[in-house]
Design a binder for this molecule. Structure first.
Ligand SMILES: [Zn+2]
Length: 373
């Protein structure tokens, strides 16, 4: 059968694209029983968004016949043409198109739209769709399956905790508490920090109101704390040394970067914005997701899912012992990060983590040294 002969030639072109690591699409143009143009997708190898199989084949065919019109030709292509190629087919006045696999996401010969059968245009083409569909789509499926597997093994995920790990913010709540009492002419009680450390925001406000006879309502107390913290994050919280360079380095290497924190965007975003690294983050597993606290590995696992990276390919940076332990439970590589506030648990963190760092410059150096070796 005639169609089969030419579609097999188009498939041969598609296999050439496949061998070059390109999306495997091939095209041939037939005229009077002769192939007058052929091409395969070469978008990557030619660094050209326009180097689609059909455009390359149309170029060759026009050269060959010495005419911009390709009348009495049939164009065979393994995958349904995109908007650009459907447009090129119109421009070249090609009267017949035979394609293999449908392109549900971008096909403009029936899937998303049918550019070759719209009476508002001055040209139409006769279309045969789904011809040798199985062979054509199998090659595409094979390519994308391998592509996804390659992508998965190439990339790693790096998950950062916020407070105490990348941000020098451990002083913040002490300051908010001190100011809270100072405003009321009181000294902060010496055991206050320890008492409220395990309480939620709400529990802390209830406790504070009852214990220290605060006039304002629980809601007002919470609002005051919240506003004071937002102000402090915006104005004064700094990121730790070398962390910005390290995160930028990871992104340049094509890795994924995520934030796993119980904190909320109104606190951490102004800080990330200040350092212009918000765009470096591919995923935010934060307080808005209402996940269990870090005594549970869920937040790290969710962050890996959001980055689309397997958990075993993720590295977590944490300054809190509980977080280190949970991330280990999730099967991730865990790096303990020094923070003033958690000095007392440094020994335990060192024992539980895969390694321990004082500064992100150490990670940056280890990575660049590794590359050199
Ligand atoms: Zn195209």
């Amino acid at each position: 059968m005639e169609h089969e002969y030419y579609m097999k030639l188009a498939l041969k072109q598609a296999k050439q694209a496949y061998d070059m690591g390109e999306v495997p699409i091939g095209c041939v143009i037939e005229h009077n029983g002769e192939v007058i143009g052929e091409g395969c997708n070469m978008r990557i190898s030619q660094n050209n968004a326009l180097a689609h199989a059909e455009v390359i084949a149309i170029n060759k065919a026009c050269d060959k016949v010495g005419d911009w019109r390709l009348e009495k030709c049939t164009l065979y292509v393994t995958v349904e043409p995109c908007p650009m190629c459907a447009g090129a087919i119109l421009q070249a006045r090609i009267p017949r198109v035979v394609y293999g696999a449908a392109n549900k996401k971008a096909g403009c010969v029936g899937s998303v739209y049918n550019m070759l059968n719209d009476s508002r245009f001055n040209h139409k083409a006769e279309i045969t769709s789904g011809f040798m569909e199985k062979e054509c789509s199998e090659l595409m499926k094979k390519f994308f399956k391998e592509f996804r597997e390659k992508e998965k093994t190439k990339k790693c995920g790096y998950i950062f905790d916020f407070d105490g790990t990348i941000a020098d913010s451990s002083y913040l709540w002490v300051k908010v508490d001190r100011d809270f009492f100072a405003c009321r002419g009181m000294e902060i009680p010496s055991d206050y920090a320890e008492k409220i450390s395990t309480m939620s925001f709400y529990e802390g406000a209830v406790f504070t109101k009852a214990t220290y006879n605060i006039e304002e309502s629980v809601e007002e107390i919470m609002k005051e704390w919240h506003n004071a913290a937002v102000h402090e994050y915006e104005k004064n919280v700094a990121l730790k040394e070398n962390v910005v360079d390290y995160i930028r380095f990871l992104k340049r290497k094509g890795h994924k970067v995520g934030l796993a924190t119980a904190s909320n965007p109104e606190f951490y975003l102004p800080v990330l914005k200040k350092y212009a690294i918000t765009e470096c983050f591919d995923a935010f597993a934060d307080g808005t997701l209402k996940l269990p606290n870090k005594e549970n590995p869920d937040i790290y696992i969710r962050c890996a899912e959001l980055m689309n990276i397997e958990t075993k390919r993720c590295t977590v940076y944490e300054d809190i012992l509980q977080g280190v332990k949970s991330a280990k439970k999730a099967g991730m590589t865990v790096v303990g990060v020094y923070d003033e506030r958690n000095r007392h648990s440094a020994t335990e963190i060192k024992a539980a983590a895969d390694r321990y760092i004082m500064d992100f410059g150490q990670e940056l150096k280890a990575m660049t040294d590794h590359k050199r070796g």
